[in-house]
Every structure is written in structure tokens, then in C-alpha cells.
Design a protein around this ligand. Structure first.
Ligand SMILES: Cc1cc2nc3c(=O)[nH]c(=O)nc-3n(C[C@H](O)[C@H](O)[C@H](O)COP(=O)(O)OP(=O)(O)OC[C@H]3O[C@@H](n4cnc5c(N)ncnc54)[C@H](O)[C@@H]3O)c2cc1C
Length: 505
């Protein structure tokens, strides 16, 4: 008799969502988390009274959470209270005197753009008119449907015929879609940077991601108490249903007998048997390191070996002693698509940091979480996190050695473009380099979204939610369908949990 019906490897959003649905269906479920904290890259840590989000800093498409809690028959609001964030983000470049913030309302955003580019304001309304109707159908159908093979795509189109009008978005790039509408360089930049939410520059990212710039206008949200509230809420629901979570439980091997997963082995040699195993960690690592070549047919092995990891994303955590002169929860730095595209080919792929006028400049996004939730910092103080872009391997250098200098360079960039006196107000500073994220979360290559999200790694080309070569093995999390980002990962957890329950009915 196996110890559990379901063992889930990884206590991130994906694993927890799948686990909660299995437990709800009456399956005895255990979540194993290697660290001592829930949530993986959607989490929050405390240092010197400041509470910093480890990675993710905001969510959109809260329908995914509502859908999960609807299936659990539990009130989402009680488990995950979400605060609306408005404006969505501020775009700021003090060197050119450019600054504007986009409110949630589409019409108000068009009014903001009209103040400096009436032509782009009209284009924004047309962009919203063209794509908003597609978004709801796409998100409500594609997000929650398995993509195990081409027949699933056929079934999806049969159920949602409008999907045909969305398909061209899969075969074009984000850049091409937004460039059709916007002419002003700053507006274009503000509509193109979202490609990095998929971990790619705009001219490599699937066109599908162009809808993110509009999805944000459905509302973006921050959970009370920090991003950790999301996984903590799902874990609470899972445990209220009778599920079990174990911390400091690193899985080193999936036990396989005759191409069937039968349990897992932990770092200390403990073996836990289970009817089903859900790997809610990086899919490449799961197949390559935990299952091993001997259990995998050669053609699947070749596919696994060819998977490209998504980019890493260094995080800087700053505690400051005053209210910063920012206008929004998120503020963008240096997101001109020309810079982002060139950065990829001329710097990122060569292991270099972006250099302008002889000095390193750190592009990315500042998040000011204590604006929304002051309890995240001591009275009168605030927390800022900076999510940047940089390679995993630094040419001629090493992240552990370079870390402090990188923080200085990031602060100097922010001072130049957004907050002139920032360095005088920093009372706490730390950073998670790509290597740190790899060590902390066991993310190979520090990969933010598991597997890259270009066309060759989407839908049927992404590692499937139900393994095609090992029976009773399932995948959840950012590296399986539909991909990374907190809501997408919750949706993927719903798909995976649903498959486990259906296959065991
Ligand atoms: C810097 C950064 C910023 C982001 N910003 C946003 C944002 O603003 N909005 C948004 O929606 N999304 C954002 N994302 C993406 C989003 O956070 C992720 O896609 C999502 O949280 C991934 O969830 P997951 O469950 O797939 O994996 P993870 O969060 O990686 O969780 C996996 C868990 O498995 C554990 N684990 C790993 N190996 C083992 C093992 N061998 N045994 C046991 N446990 C193991 C890890 O410790 C971890 O807790 C961001 C991500 C990062 C890194």
C-alpha cells in the first residue's frame, strides 16, 4: 500500500494548486518543499523589519485564483485578500524629462497618452478594441485546457472557434504586434517591455504576450502581507482539506519501476511511496536529474536535452528611510525595445552587462510594495525591490564577487533615471543574483520561468502536464503548459490537478 495517493515535489504556486485539487478529490496528498518557506519565487522574506518579495511583485488575471477556489468550494477572498493597484505602472526617464503613469481604465490611459501623442492615444484605443474581446476567450479557454498533443489544440478550437483568430498571435512576435499600432518611442516601450514577463526581448517573444499590456487594464493586484500570501493562502486551503506539507524535504530522485512513477527519495535517503508523483519544479531538471536517462525513450530524452531555460532575473532588495518620490507600485527603467533587443544579442548572450557612455546601466522594474501595504516596512520606512536583466554567467567575472558592485550600479542607474537621492536613503540592501536564485530555489540557471517561452516552447512543444513517457508522473509549475507567471502557473496547477483526479477516478 503506497504511503500517499499523490506526492508533489515543490511547494511553489504550481505544486500547491495541483495538490489542493487532488486533496479536494479525496486523494491523500503530500507536498515536499526543499526550503523552509512556501511559495518559491512568489514569496516574501523578512530582514531587519523589512518584508521583501523574493521575485514576483504583482498579479493580474485574478480569474485564475477565483477558478481554483471555485473548484475547491472555498472563498478565495478569505484565503487570498487582494488589493487593487492603480496606476498600473509609471514610466520615468528624468534624463529626458519624460514621465507618465498608466491608470487601470483604458479610456484614462488613452487620455494620458493623448497629452503627448494624440496619434498613439487613438492607436491605444484601437489596440484595446482589437484585442480585448480575444483576451477573455483566450485566457478562459487556452489557460485551463491541457495541451498534451495536437488533438487538444483541435478540441480547443472546436470548443472555442474564435481561437482561430488568436492563432496568428502565436506565429508573430510581441514587437511586430505593438509596432503595428504605436509610433511614439516611449509609448512603444511601455507596450513592449511586458515581453520580459515571458523572459524574452520583444522581437523574440511570442506575439501572444502582447495581450499582457491590455490584461493589466483588467486590473492588477497585490496581496495583503506580501506576495507570500498567495501560496500561503493556497497552502492553508490545502491543509484545511487535510493535505500535508513538509519543509526541508529535498527530493533527489523520482522512483520509477517499469516506466511508472512509484514515489520519491529525499536527500537523506527517506523513500516515500505514492500512486502518483507531481513534479512542480523545473521540468528539465526533473527529467534529467531525478528520473534519469535509463527510464526515458531516446526521442523524449532528445527533446528534454533541447529545452532552453528561461533567462535569470537578478533581484535587489532595498530598505529605505523615507517615502520615495515614485508615482506607482511599479516604475520602469530603460525599457526602450531597441535597447532591450540589442541588449539580448550584444550583451546578454555574450555574458555582459549593458553599458552606456562607459558605465553599466541596469534596466528593469522597481516595485514599491509598501506603498500598497505599509505593514511591509517599519513606520516611516519603505521597501523597494528591483527586478533586473542580466546573464547567468558573467563574462570574466563571478556573481558572488560582483554582487555588491552590481547593487551600486543598479542604485546609480535608478538615481540617474528616476530617484535622484536614492543612495542617501538606503538603510538595508541585499541581492539575489542568478546564482543565489539557483541555490535558494534549485532553479537551474536561475531560470525565472523555468523553460523559455518562445513559440518552440509553447503549448504542445512545452513539457506536458501529464508525462508522455512515465506513467503516473505529472508536471506542474512554470515550465509546463501554459507557462510562467503566477496566474498562468495557478491555471497550470488546475490542469494538472484535474488530470491526476481524472486519471485516478
Ligand atoms: C524575479 C522574478 C519576478 C517575477 N515577477 C512576477 C510578477 O510580478 N508577476 C507574476 O505573475 N509572475 C512573476 N514571476 C513569475 C512567477 O513568480 C513564477 O512563474 C511562479 O511563481 C512559479 O511558480 P512555480 O510553482 O512554477 O515554481 P517556483 O516558484 O520555483 O516553486 C518551486 C518550488 O519547488 C522547490 N523545489 C525545487 N526543487 C526541489 C526539490 N528537489 N525538492 C523539493 N522542493 C524543490 C523550490 O524551493 C520552490 O519553492 C516572477 C518570477 C521571478 C523569479
Amino acid at each position: 500500500m503506497p504511503d500517499y495517493d499523490v506526492v508533489v515535489i515543490g511547494g511553489g504556486i504550481g505544486g500547491l494548486s495541483a495538490a489542493a485539487l487532488c486533496q479536494k478529490a479525496g486523494m491523500k496528498t503530500l507536498v515536499l518543499e526543499q526550503s523552509n518557506r512556501i511559495g518559491g519565487c512568489c514569496s516574501t522574506y523578512e530582514a531587519e523589519g523589512f518584508h521583501f518579495d523574493v521575485g514576483a511583485s504583482v498579479v493580474e488575471v485574478t480569474r485564475a485564483f477565483d477558478e481554483l477556489f471555485k473548484r475547491l468550494e472555498m472563498p478565495r477572498e478569505r484565503y487570498i485578500p487582494l488589493i487593487p493597484v492603480d496606476p498600473i505602472y509609471d514610466y520615468c526617464d528624468n534624463t529626458r524629462g519624460v514621465r507618465f503613469a498608466y491608470p487601470t481604465s483604458v479610456e484614462d490611459t488613452a487620455r494620458v497618452i493623448a497629452e503627448f501623442s494624440p496619434e498613439d492615444a487613438k492607436a491605444f484605443l484601437k489596440f484595446a478594441e482589437d484585442y480585448t474581446p480575444k483576451i477573455k476567450g483566450l485566457v478562459d479557454n487556452f489557460f485551463y485546457a491541457p495541451s498534451l498533443g495536437f488533438m487538444d489544440t483541435v478540441r480547443l478550437i472546436a470548443k472555442y472557434p474564435q481561437m482561430v483568430s488568436v492563432l496568428p498571435m502565436f506565429v508573430t512576435t510581441h514587437q511586430k504586434i505593438v509596432a503595428r499600432y504605436f509610433k511614439n518611442a516611449d509609448v512603444l516601450a511601455s507596450m513592449a517591455f511586458q515581453s520580459f514577463y515571458a523572459g524574452l526581448p520583444p522581437d523574440m517573444c511570442a506575439g501572444l504576450y502582447a495581450i499582457v499590456g491590455l490584461l493589466e487594464h483588467e486590473g492588477i493586484y497585490y496581496p495583503e502581507g506580501g506576495m507570500i500570501r498567495i501560496p500561503a493562502g493556497i497552502r492553508q486551503a490545502f491543509e484545511d482539506l487535510g493535505g500535508e506539507t513538509r519543509f526541508d524535504a529535498r527530493v533527489v530522485r523520482v522512483m520509477v519501476e517499469g516506466r511508472r512513477a512509484v514515489g520519491v527519495e529525499l536527500w537523506d535517503g527517506t523513500q516515500i511511496t505514492a500512486r502518483n508523483v507531481v513534479g512542480a519544479i523545473n521540468a528539465k531538471k526533473l527529467y534529467e536529474d531525478m528520473i534519469g536517462r535509463e527510464h526515458i525513450p531516446w526521442h523524449v530524452w532528445r527533446g528534454v536535452r533541447s529545452l532552453v531555460l528561461s533567462m535569470p532575473c537578478p533581484m535587489i532588495y532595498l530598505g529605505i528611510d523615507y517615502e520615495p518620490p515614485l508615482n506607482a507600485h511599479h516604475t520602469l527603467t530603460l525599457t526602450d525595445p531597441r535597447i532591450m533587443n540589442d541588449y539580448w544579442s550584444d550583451y546578454y548572450l555574450k555574458g555582459k552587462l549593458y553599458v552606456k557612455d562607459g558605465r553599466v546601466e541596469v534596466m528593469g522594474l522597481i516595485s514599491w510594495a509598501s506603498k500598497i501595504d505599509p505593514s511591509l516596512a517599519p513606520p516611516g520606512k519603505h521597501v523597494l525591490t528591483h527586478m533586473g536583466l542580466a546573464p547567468y554567467n558573467l563574462a570574466g567575472n563571478d556573481w558572488d564577487r560582483y554582487k555588491e558592485r552590481y547593487i551600486d550600479e543598479a542604485i546609480a542607474t535608478i538615481e540617474r533615471y528616476i530617484i535622484p537621492d536614492l543612495s542617501k536613503h538606503v538603510v538595508y540592501r541585499d541581492m539575489a543574483t542568478p546564482k543565489d536564485l539557483e541555490r535558494m530555489l534549485l532553479h537551474p540557471g536561475g531560470a525565472v520561468y523555468g523553460i523559455q517561452t518562445d513559440l518552440s516552447h509553447m503549448a504542445v512543444f512545452r513539457p506536458a502536464n501529464r508525462s508522455k513517457c512515465i506513467k503516473n508522473l505529472y508536471l506542474a509549475g512554470a515550465s509546463t503548459h501554459p507557462g510562467g507567471g503566477v496566474p498562468a502557473v495557478v491555471a497550470g496547477g488546475i490542469i494538472t490537478g484535474g488530470l491526476v483526479v481524472k486519471d485516478n477516478a
